[in-house]
Design a protein around this ligand. Structure first.
Ligand code: SAH
Length: 213
């Protein structure tokens, strides 16, 4: 569980790469610069951890590409103290970036194996979420709602209504919508009843799966 000078050097380069691809928010760049991504990956991929690419993790899932994590974090517009719900905990990398932004993080994962692994791993390297839940992200987390922001890190075939309902007025729901390809979509809640929708280009995620039962 080491973070060496070599890792830190590679991470600085990664920050430059994603900045060149268009990430402007300094706080987001700093957060990416602090999270030791190599620790979130299987040791076989460690040498590639600071390439701007997704990689396989357990249970046929992936750790998202750093650019995508940075872009979603930027679109979420996180402020210190914000209460954020993440759907799709996966490796915990996105959750760690949100914690580095000063957010209070609630995150849901539907794969038992990943849930167990990440639930042990994050605190072990000093990242303390408010809650990691084993469950179905389509339902959100009504018992902890409302949230200042909600981020979905898997491709959603449609926008789950509970997620819209669990957003505070003024908050953003950042969600890649689509089946094969997804359009990064941001819904900003303007009032109880009114949402504004903006779209931010194509991405490719693993699918947000509906309940096994
Ligand atoms: N944020 C993760 C990305 C993981 S990939 C990271 O930084 O590593 C997307 C994750 O969403 C996978 O772990 C997958 O198991 C999970 N997922 C898919 N459908 C889900 C659902 N309905 N509810 C919760 N998690 C889901």
């Amino acid at each position: 569980m080491k973070d060496t000078h070599r890792h830190q050097g590679k991470r600085k380069q990664l920050v430059k790469v994603i900045q060149a691809k268009g990430i402007q928010n300094e706080k987001v760049l700093e957060a990416i610069g602090r999270v030791p991504r190599h620790l979130f990956m299987d040791s076989g991929f460690e040498d590639h951890a600071y390439e701007d690419k997704p990689f396989p993790i357990a249970a046929d899932q992936t750790i998202s590409q750093p650019y995508t994590v940075a872009r979603q974090t930027e679109l979420l517009d996180v402020k210190p103290g914000d209460k954020i719900l993440e759907i799709g905990t996966g490796s915990g990398y996105q959750a760690a970036v949100l914690l580095e932004m000063g957010a209070q993080v609630y995150t849901i994962e539907r794969q038992k194996e990943l849930f167990k692994k990440t639930n042990l791993f994050l605190p072990r390297i000093g990242y303390r979420t408010k809650k990691i839940v084993f469950g179905d992200g389509y339902k959100g987390l009504p018992e902890f709602a409302p949230f200042d922001g909600i981020i979905v890190t898997a491709g959603a075939p449609f926008v789950p209504k509970p997620l819209m309902e669990q957003l505070k007025v003024g908050g953003n729901l950042v969600i890649p919508v689509g089946k094969e390809l997804q359009i990064m979509t941001v819904f900003t809640r303007k009032s109880e009843k009114e949402f504004i929708k903006n779209e931010f280009g194509e991405f490719r995620f693993v699918p947000l799966l509906e309940d096994k039962n």
